[in-house]
Design a protein around this ligand. Structure first.
Ligand code: ADP
Length: 266
């Protein structure tokens, strides 16, 4: 524990004496350490693609531009690193907006199934490249069209997009990504995004929602990850008054389960 101690001497008066104030600064120090770590991480994440871009440009200027094949290779590198910077900045902006406590949500009754189907359609082309199947399983629902959650449409889509994007990324070719949905008690709906991918080691599972935490840094960057996706998902689920948890079996797959409040009766 860190303590700040303040001592004040009271002037002579009706009740003279000394005041001793003990202030526990442990929490403050922890926050300051987290802030410093975050700044260091962001700087590092920005610096790496920029260094690659700079090196490619210098090599091109040094003469590589004259060879058609080298020119194409270096330009592709520059474009990929540019995409990486762009993705990182978008994620940082999302995170900043949510953490500012003013995420500009518009809570309303959102049809969960249509939102899930739109999300799956967006990811189908990428899954097809990897010969993966994207499956929606709504068999636990009596009338899927009536599944309304109390949420913000953009936030819900962002949650689904991040989870399905990860599922496709961390699942090898021919694998399967499945979304299941069910009523959870009186007041909630549950849905889960599960995959047959590489899985997450048990010791890493409690940390995957931390900003920039990656099980395998090299692999995550290679597949285009910013390390911020799950931190954003967790925050969004919280502001929607829901909950999220992850279970995984290494080498077999991962499941993210989300519970969201049902939309109130109109
Ligand atoms: P990233 O941009 O690196 O994917 P995320 O915050 O989305 O960052 O995820 C954090 C880490 O959790 C990833 O780097 C990866 O190691 C692990 N992870 C997330 N989703 C999955 C999944 N479906 N299967 C296996 N590992 C996953």
């Amino acid at each position: 524990k860190s303590l700040a101690i303040y001592v004040a001497q009271l002037p002579d008066g009706p009740s003279p004496g000394t005041i001793l104030v003990l202030h526990d600064t442990t929490k403050l120090r922890q926050l300051e350490r987290l802030r410093q770590e975050f700044v260091a991480n962001v700087s590092h994440e920005l610096k790496t693609p920029l260094s690659v871009i700079k090196a490619c440009v210098e090599t091109l200027l040094d003469g590589a531009a004259e060879d058609e094949q080298s020119r194409a290779e270096f330009l592709i590198q520059i474009s990929e690193q540019g995409d990486r910077l762009y993705a990182l900045i978008l994620d940082l902006l999302s995170l900043a907006k949510i953490e500012s406590g003013n995420p500009e949500l518009e809570l309303e009754a959102i049809p969960l199934i249509a939102t899930i189907e739109d999300c799956l359609d967006r990811h189908r082309p990428r899954a097809e490249v990897k010969h993966q199947s994207l499956i929606a399983d709504f068999s636990a629902l009596e009338s899927p069209d009536d599944v309304l959650v109390w949420a913000d449409e953009e936030a819900l889509s962002q949650i689904l997009d991040n989870l399905v994007d990860n599922a496709v990324k961390y699942t090898p070719e021919q694998g399967q990504v499945r979304i299941r949905c069910w009523p959870e008690g009186e007041n909630q709906f549950g849905f889960e995004v599960s995959d047959t991918g590489i899985g997450i080691p048990e010791r890493d599972l409690p940390r995957i929602f931390e900003r920039f935490y990656r099980v395998d840094k090299g692999r995550s960057r290679e597949v285009g990850g910013t390390g911020l996706g799950l931190a954003i998902v967790k925050h969004l689920v919280q502001v929607l008054n829901g909950s999220i948890r992850a279970t995984s079996s290494l080498g077999h797959g991962t499941t993210f389960t989300i519970l969201l409040p049902k939309a109130r009766e109109a």
